[in-house]
Design a protein around this ligand. Structure first.
Ligand SMILES: [Zn+2]
Length: 269
């Protein structure tokens, strides 16, 4: 393969271990009471030339408010791999839910890439509805608006390449303006699905996650993430703890940092 390639790191900073399958599927089936924990990640793309942060997570204050155990703030997770959030110039926000779009204030020098439709959704009439609003935090949305007024937001409408061999693709369903990333790695084109597929099971079994803005779009987006990736082994879901089993830790000292630019080993699942 030619051209710029990227290392992809998943940084786990929080989890929620008392979730059940009923929390994670529209149709949990008979097995609805068994535990199905959730991991929370941000991601970092690194090439010889650039570092791109994907999602900014949520901090301990937001975690306490929502009953999520935050082991470290997203900025601390970045510090653990030698990155100062203030030095970051490019941040992709996959969607504006609280667990993906908090802490934007810690990235004062970053340009933010977000879909038009997501910003319209989280600033518009949908937010008058409590169930639509639940996973958004007004302060996170306000931080994004500050970025708009600082001319630090690039609005994406559908599909766009934002750096060599890194493109964004609208994959609605979970939210109106959900987007995934397609990234060239040494092992091929890899898709960071974020919440287009929370868990492998949501996507592989075509069983959508419980928060579903449009079922019809969700199913189309399952197909889309498959098309964008070199193979099913190149699709990485947004919240699945299995990711940390089948992909290797970046080093023994950093067990919460996982490398996604190598092939997964499902015998370890
Ligand atoms: Zn999420």
């Amino acid at each position: 393969m030619t051209g710029e390639t990227y290392e992809i790191l998943a940084l786990k900073y929080a989890d929620l271990n008392n979730r059940t399958r009923a929390d994670n599927f529209l149709d949990p089936g008979d097995d609805h009471d068994s535990l199905m924990p959730m991991d929370y990640f941000l991601w970092v793309l690194k090439s010889d030339r650039r570092t791109i942060v994907v999602d900014t997570g949520f901090d301990k204050i937001e975690g306490a408010r929502r009953g999520r155990d935050v082991m470290m703030n997203p900025t601390e997770a970045l510090t653990s791999i030698g990155i100062d959030s203030r030095s970051i110039e490019d941040v992709v926000i996959t969607h504006m839910h609280y667990d993906h779009a908090g802490t934007l204030g810690d990235f004062p020098n970053a340009r933010v890439y977000v879909q038009d439709s997501e910003v319209q959704f989280c600033t518009g009439r949908a937010m008058l509805d409590g169930s639509e609003r639940m996973a958004y935090t007004a302060d996170h949305v306000k931080d994004l608006i500050d970025k708009v007024f600082n001319e630090q937001v690039s609005f994406i409408d559908g599909d766009e390449e934002i750096a060599p061999n890194v493109s964004l693709h609208r994959v609605p369903g979970h939210t109106a303006g959900m987007q995934c990333l397609r990234v060239k790695t040494k092992r091929g084109w890899t898709v960071l699905a974020s919440d287009a597929a929370h868990y492998f099971e949501n996507w592989k079994d075509r069983n959508p996650f419980s928060i579903c803005w449009s079922m019809d779009d969700m199913f189309k987006s399952f197909d889309r993430i498959e098309e964008l990736a070199d193979s099913a082994e190149h699709v990485v879901p947004g919240h699945d703890p299995i990711v940390r089993s089948i992909y290797p830790a970046v080093s023994r000292d950093l067990p919460l940092v996982t490398r996604l630019d190598v092939m997964p080993d499902w015998t370890l699942a």
